[in-house]
Design a binder for this molecule. Structure first.
Ligand SMILES: NC(=O)c1ccc[n+]([C@@H]2O[C@H](COP(=O)([O-])OP(=O)(O)OC[C@H]3O[C@@H](n4cnc5c(N)ncnc54)[C@H](OP(=O)(O)O)[C@@H]3O)[C@@H](O)[C@H]2O)c1
Length: 326
């Protein structure tokens, strides 16, 4: 890994920044390719002087992608979007963008390519997000057959957009809804199942498949040790934020109606495509290798999530704790 040049597309994002930190710690030279280099300045301090460089590159531009992978030994693609907006479509980012990176990497003689896909990526999925992730994988493998696919379930960590979002909502609203096919009190009425995985484990997996032999062309499903349904996740959020918010199961037909309106928020809380995604459990079926096959032990959500959800507790919480201690 020492002195190898690794280009990380999307290196300023939640997953990307953790990969950049680990690569820098392992002695690699890291080139972070993002559209907004100013937003990525904080990454410069991850390494020694000059070890982490920033290049402006959109994965929608042939020239910028080609420049970003020039002379690179390895490439990691962490670019992805959760919802479509204007020209930022799933097809443009997950399929065409990913293919552009793979073709440029092959042409530049890059030795290894690691791609962040998503658990549930499938050509038969009802959601466009999951279908585009599958199409992106196929396009990459056509251009760069040795590429390694990482398919994480929902990822948790200090800056995640999942637990933090629900904790923020629990701060504002008295009710947190989840969606379920089955009536809430019946068996299986806890809504969609997830197997959340720690961002540190995902970053370790990316670095491991880059610098070890024997991973070429493989797909890894990266999941945590525990399966939770949506109600259990919301209960966890309320417990760690010390909120007595009411958790309420709603039918999917209501989610579809809510999504029609919520999709137009500046950062959509729910889109019609996400409703389709939520109707399928996001759990590994064990048919693909995972973290344990990479020698990585999966960290539980209970170990990490409380450490960063504490900040959502009511204002007087720390004072109350101090008073109770006396
Ligand atoms: N977070 C999860 O729970 C989760 C779960 C499963 C799979 N994944 C996948 O993991 C990958 C990383 O997710 P994340 O949560 O780290 O996403 P993120 O925080 O939204 O980061 C996305 C990164 O992509 C960059 N980017 C966006 N559009 C770009 C473009 N056109 N050209 C170049 N860079 C662009 C962004 O920087 P600029 O805006 O500055 O360009 C940012 O650095 C994605 O593929 C995602 O689908 C994530």
């Amino acid at each position: 890994m020492k002195n190898r040049l690794v280009t990380v597309f999307g290196g300023s994002g939640f997953v990307g920044r953790n990969i950049v930190r680990r690569l820098a710690a392992a002695g690699a030279r890291v080139r972070v390719a993002v559209r907004d280099t100013e937003k990525a300045y904080f990454l410069k301090t991850c390494g020694d002087l000059g070890q982490v460089s920033l290049v402006p590159a959109s994965i929608t531009s042939d020239n910028e992608v080609a420049r970003a992978v020039e002379d690179a030994d390895t490439v990691v693609n962490c670019v992805g979007v959760l919802y479509e907006r204007g020209s930022r479509t799933f097809d443009a980012i997950h399929v065409q963008g990913a293919e552009r990176i793979a073709k440029a990497a092959a042409q530049a003689g890059v030795k290894q390519l690691v791609h962040l896909s998503a658990l549930g990526a499938s050509a038969d999925a009802t959601s466009s997000y999951a279908r585009s992730k599958a199409a992106g994988e196929a396009a990459i493998l056509a251009a760069f057959p040795d590429a390694v696919m990482l398919r994480p379930s929902v990822i948790f960590g200090t800056e995640d957009g999942f637990f933090n979002m629900f904790a923020d909502l629990a701060r504002i609203f008295r009710v947190l809804p989840y969606y379920s096919r089955v009536v809430p009190h019946a068996e299986g009425g806890g809504g969609t199942k997830f197997q959340p995985v720690y961002v540190g484990n995902v970053a370790d997996a990316a670095v491991k498949v880059l610098h070890e032999d024997g991973h070429t062309g493989k797909t890894y499903e990266l999941v945590g040790p525990t399966v939770y349904d949506m109600r259990e996740i919301l209960e966890m959020v309320c417990q760690y934020t010390d909120r007595s918010t009411w958790i309420c199961g709603l039918p999917f037909w209501l989610a579809r109606i809510q999504a029609i309106f919520l999709q137009y928020l500046p950062t959509p809380l729910l889109t019609p495509d996400q409703v389709k995604l939520l109707q399928v459990d996001n759990v590994a079926d064990g048919s693909k290798p995972g973290l344990s096959d990479l020698g990585i032990s999966a960290v539980t959500a209970e170990t990490i999530v409380p450490t960063y959800l504490r900040r959502f507790r009511p204002h007087q919480q720390q004072k109350k704790l101090r008073l109770n201690a006396h």
